[in-house]
Write a protein that binds this ligand. Sequence first.
Ligand code: KG4
Ligand code: ZN
Length: 327
Amino acid sequence: MYIMGIDTSCDDTSVAIIKDGFQVLSNLVSSQHDIHQRFGGVVPELASRRHIENIIPMIKLALKEARIEKEDIDVIGVTYGPGLIGSLLVGLMVAKGLSFSLKKPLIGINHMEGHIFGAILEHRELHPPFIALVVSGGHTDLVLVKRYFSYEVIGSTKDDAAGEAFDKVARLLDIGYPGGPAIERVAKIGHIDYNLPRAIPEGFDFSFSGLKTAVSRLLKEDIDIPSVAYSFQEAVVDVLVEKTIKACNTSGIKRLAISGGVAANKRLRERFTEESQKNNIKIYFPSISMCTDNASMICCAAYFRYLAGHKSDLTLNAESYCGYPNG
Ligand code: KG4
Ligand code: ZN
């Protein structure tokens, strides 16, 4: 069974084809860093225009790499939200067109659910219930995955998402775009810990905007930029680790998946690995390229939803903001 997945939720044009739910035949991502770099963030209108240019060549390339014809596709999975509306619409319209012309089922996938399925795709033994920490450019969510397609958000950020904080701080430090990989790279040569504040809001929620303000204040002094990057990364990772491990211990659910772009951070992976061992928690990380946006995670979610009898019709619309899809 061949599933084609399409994700154009933000600035990456992603197309993938997987076989029988888990075998990745092609997983292509065309990033747009070149056009957004000089603005220090994604410019929505430019992103959707680039998606329009990219999407058909990417589909052709994905089919070629998977060595199949478009007629061989059995199911089409597509991200409908959350994300940038113009960007989402490009992937969605193309997916609907394919579904209609090939007479193959269409399944709309929530991007955040997709990130969770990125961990499932690479770890077949990962079954619900488990705790998922989804850390990306727009989200920082602690989710209890009770069953397949049954989600309870037990904590999320009150202000900036963790990835957003990485991006904004990298811009303050003027060290490049996207911010996460730039901070990780520069932090390696940081040698002073400026001991930046760790905000610990009630329950399982997060807050990163104060940390960003603390960095901007620090910049008024004579400081070592790599050490600021190092101190910032330590502060973000500390809070993510503390709250997430607490969520596992409190719920008694000792299986943890960590996904989304920030999960690509090596320091985060190192600290989570150490702490989960101490707390007897089994941890599941997607590989680095599966953490950041890609369409094979969308294929895997579509596979599970297809097997459960879910199907979308051509009225499926793009949604900028939407919660985790229960049911
Ligand atoms: O999941 P993703 O690719 O797109 C969204 O759904 O938002 O996540 C992108 C975010 C960006 O904020 C980026 O700076 C961050 O993930 N990121 C990282 C790393 N790689 C990407 N943050 C920290 N360390 C990294 N190595
Ligand atoms: Zn994402």
